[in-house]
Write a protein that binds this ligand. Structure first.
Ligand SMILES: C[S@@+](CC[C@H](N)C(=O)[O-])C[C@H]1O[C@@H](n2cnc3c(N)ncnc32)[C@H](O)[C@@H]1O
Length: 192
């Protein structure tokens, strides 16, 4: 069975084109940022955001080793706040946004995404997406606050689906609170 990351990356690989602009809202150790940077090519752009300098240092090292650093803007900030500042970008200029929620693997587990902040960040991210743009969100339910955050993302996704977006959900078979991946394609005309 494919891992959730493989499902998300396969979908992004089909979707992204050279020259696209993308956002990794949770850079972490840089696996997703490096994947996006590879896919958008030398003429594309990735904005990689993380609230921790440690995460950005790991991402920077991974990108440098792969020769991809020049096409990525690394931003140390809360993604919710930073996405608000990106509102000056024209609505619809971003091909894909990724959220890989939770804490930094191998890092301080108390620094993690939270339900209310994530919900607002998703609103802001969706607004930046172009029509047919892709929003990939993975939530983990094994840590404190994780189930509440996943439930909040589920509600948010259902709201977008009712408004016309195409939403797909992937949950690996497991008896013990597996992670969830949502893939949203922006199609809804009712919401900005
Ligand atoms: C599961 S990790 C991301 C893994 C990453 N996608 C990768 O490929 O390695 C989650 C990351 O979200 C970051 N984070 C937590 N709250 C945040 C916030 N409010 N804004 C931006 N990043 C945040 C954490 O510091 C952590 O590095």
């Amino acid at each position: 069975m494919m891992k959730l990351t493989e499902i998300a990356h396969a979908r992004l690989a089909d979707h992204l084109q050279a020259g696209d602009r993308t956002i990794d809202a949770t850079a972490g150790n840089g696996h997703d940022t490096a994947f996006l940077a590879e896919r958008v090519g030398a003429g594309g752009r990735v904005i990689a955001i993380d609230i921790q300098e440690d995460a950005l240092a790991a991402t920077r090292a991974r990108l440098a080793a792969a020769g991809l650093l020049d096409r990525v803007d690394l931003v140390c900030a809360d993604h919710c706040m930073h996405l608000a500042t990106l509102a000056e970008l024209p609505t619809g200029c971003v091909a894909a946004v990724l959220f890989n929620l939770g804490y930094l693997p191998g890092g301080d587990k108390s620094i993690k995404t939270t339900a209310a902040n994530t919900e607002l960040a998703l609103d802001r991210a969706r607004r930046l997406l172009r029509l047919n743009g892709l929003l990939c969100v993975t939530a983990y339910r094994g840590h404190e606050g994780g189930p509440e955050e996943a439930a909040r993302v589920e509600e948010w996704m259902q709201k977008q689906s009712r408004a016309g977006d195409a939403v797909e959900k992937h949950v690996p078979e497991s008896s013990n609170q597996p992670p969830i991946l949502w893939l949203l394609k922006k199609e809804g005309a009712l919401l900005p």
